[in-house]
Design a protein around this ligand. Structure first.
Ligand code: AMP
Length: 197
């Protein structure tokens, strides 16, 4: 049986990780970021080398490899009692990122709602990512060409993911506001979703 999930969705630098961590800390949602999962894989391993060859250029990891790693990770959480597939709801951050992934993850997770962080100004995103590079040391945040690739991938492939879901389960949130405001708006949208579920 597929595990219930809600998605936190948006361009790189839209604040998914920040909001995701806050939401998981204040609700029973279990935050799962594929970017974090990938960065946790040893860079010297075969999978680590494969992932780095894509992420260092700002490109998406191929769908099959992405979903296989994601599925194994979720299985690991279930097998170690960190995730109860009957009771828990996942907060997915960073997956699905292509239309093909929408179908590939269907047997694993049942997407109940989507919170989209909309950013009007691309310059905001670039500034946020360059700033995050200084704080977290992520190489893919430090190079403006890599950032541009990631934004293009978002526009060309990832944004189309939303067309695969019923518009009724999608909430749009203004992502340009302060982190506290964005969190407040997402929490409100989540509470509304729960009330009507
Ligand atoms: P993020 O931390 O979400 O920005 O992800 C960092 C990098 O991991 C991305 O630029 C991709 O190379 C890779 N990645 C994360 N999630 C996915 C996904 N669902 N599909 C393909 N590649 C992904």
């Amino acid at each position: 049986m597929a595990i219930s999930a809600v998605l936190i969705f948006g361009a790189p630098g839209s604040g998914k990780g920040t909001v995701g961590a806050k939401l998981a800390a204040t609700t029973s949602l279990k935050h799962l970021s594929t970017g974090d999962i990938f960065r946790g894989i040893a860079p010297s391993s075969e999978s680590g080398k494969l992932l780095a060859s894509y992420s260092s250029k700002g490109l998406l990891v191929p769908d099959e490899a992405t979903v296989k790693i994601f599925e194994r990770y979720v299985e690991g959480l279930v097998n170690t009692n960190k995730l109860n597939p009957e009771k828990d709801t996942l907060l997915l951050d960073g997956i699905p990122r292509t239309v093909a992934q929408v179908d590939l993850i269907r047997p694993i997770v049942d997407v109940k709602h989507i919170f989209v962080l909309d950013i009007q100004d691309e310059a905001t995103i670039v500034a946020r990512l360059l700033n995050r590079a200084k704080i977290e040391g992520r190489k893919d945040d430090a190079d403006e060409n890599v950032i541009k690739n990631r934004l293009n991938v978002y526009k060309d492939s990832t944004a189309k993911v939303l067309e695969k879901y019923d518009p009724k389960i999608i909430s749009h949130i203004v992502g340009d506001n302060t982190p506290d405001e964005v969190f407040c708006d997402v929490l409100r949208a989540y509470v509304n979703f729960k009330k009507n579920a």
